[in-house]
Design a binder for this molecule. Structure first.
Ligand code: ZN
Length: 276
């Protein structure tokens, strides 16, 4: 945070997390890049708005053409999912209309969500800024960037937030907007040798006294487990479970996020029947 109380910045590098998600979801090209940017958005949104809550960001394509989901947890694990729609691959957000939905899970499991239309041309950074402005009433400048299919992949971004306590907010904004002109496009910067989030913060706040508040790790991870698989199966109705038992084969269930596969034995399925 700048010592004059005008701005707060959150910067993240998500290279390894994004690469792991892209590979688990078998994404390539622009879709891989968009997934990387969405993951960065989820991490930044959580750290900026709700560090202790789980957040999800969803790009939902119009005409049931599928969706991209990024899921970020307070423990640092982050995962992503491409859910197929009418086509095999995700459409291009630059050409197909889509919405951006931001969601946080409150401690009582209630979901708090807001949705904005992605701007024409599908710029995710702009969509995220629009969301912050409209749904959270927070003036912020955001840049997300990623290079996915390269010798040296990179992904990351930042949120610079104008704080409500800022005095002479308009003048402060003008100075910051001018300064951020060089940081609108950060892909090249992320690939450079000085690409750590702290270096990015130092570059953006150069010459402005500021205080470090907090840092945290993120990583690719998934919270799927055998227990969760069983919980999911337990909500099926008895007839469906009986059908699975009658098929006489252990059930194989794969996690769509990370690809881990779980086996449910017939005895376990029968256990569900007797428990329900
Ligand atoms: Zn999983």
């Amino acid at each position: 945070m700048t010592n004059d109380g005008a701005f707060r910045i959150v910067a993240a590098r998500t290279t390894d997390t994004a690469q792991a998600v892209i590979s688990a979801q078998e994404l390539s090209g622009l879709a891989a890049q968009d997934m990387a940017d969405l993951l960065t958005a989820a991490v930044l949104y959580r750290e900026t708005m709700a560090p202790s809550l789980r957040v999800q960001c969803i790009v939902r394509f119009d005409d049931n053409a599928g969706q991209l989901v990024a899921d970020s947890h307070p423990d640092g694990w982050t995962r992503g999912l491409f859910q197929k729609g009418s086509g095999e691959a995700p459409p291009d957000i630059r050409k197909t209309q889509a919405t951006l939905q931001m969601m946080r899970t409150l401690p009582n499991s209630e979901l708090q969500r807001g949705v904005v239309q992605l701007p024409e041309g599908g710029n995710l950074s702009e969509g995220f800024m629009r969301y912050m402005q409209l749904s959270e009433q927070i003036v912020s400048m955001i840049s997300l960037g990623s290079v996915v299919e390269a010798q040296q992949p990179a992904a990351g971004g930042y949120v610079v937030q104008l704080l409500p306590e800022a005095v002479e907010a308009e003048a402060a904004m003008e100075t910051m907007t001018e300064r951020l002109g060089n940081f609108v496009e950060i892909r090249d910067r992320l690939q450079g040798s000085d690409s750590s989030p702290s270096q990015l913060v130092e570059q953006i706040f150069e010459g402005m006294p500021f205080t470090w508040l907090h840092s945290s790790d993120i990583r690719f991870g998934c919270h799927c487990s055998q227990v969760r698989v069983m919980t999911t199966l337990s909500v099926l109705n008895r007839t469906d479970i009986q059908e699975l038992v009658d098929e006489g084969e252990p059930l194989s269930v794969g996690c769509d996020y990370c690809g881990t596969s779980y086996t449910v034995e017939i005895a376990q399925l029968q256990g569900l029947l007797s428990a329900s």
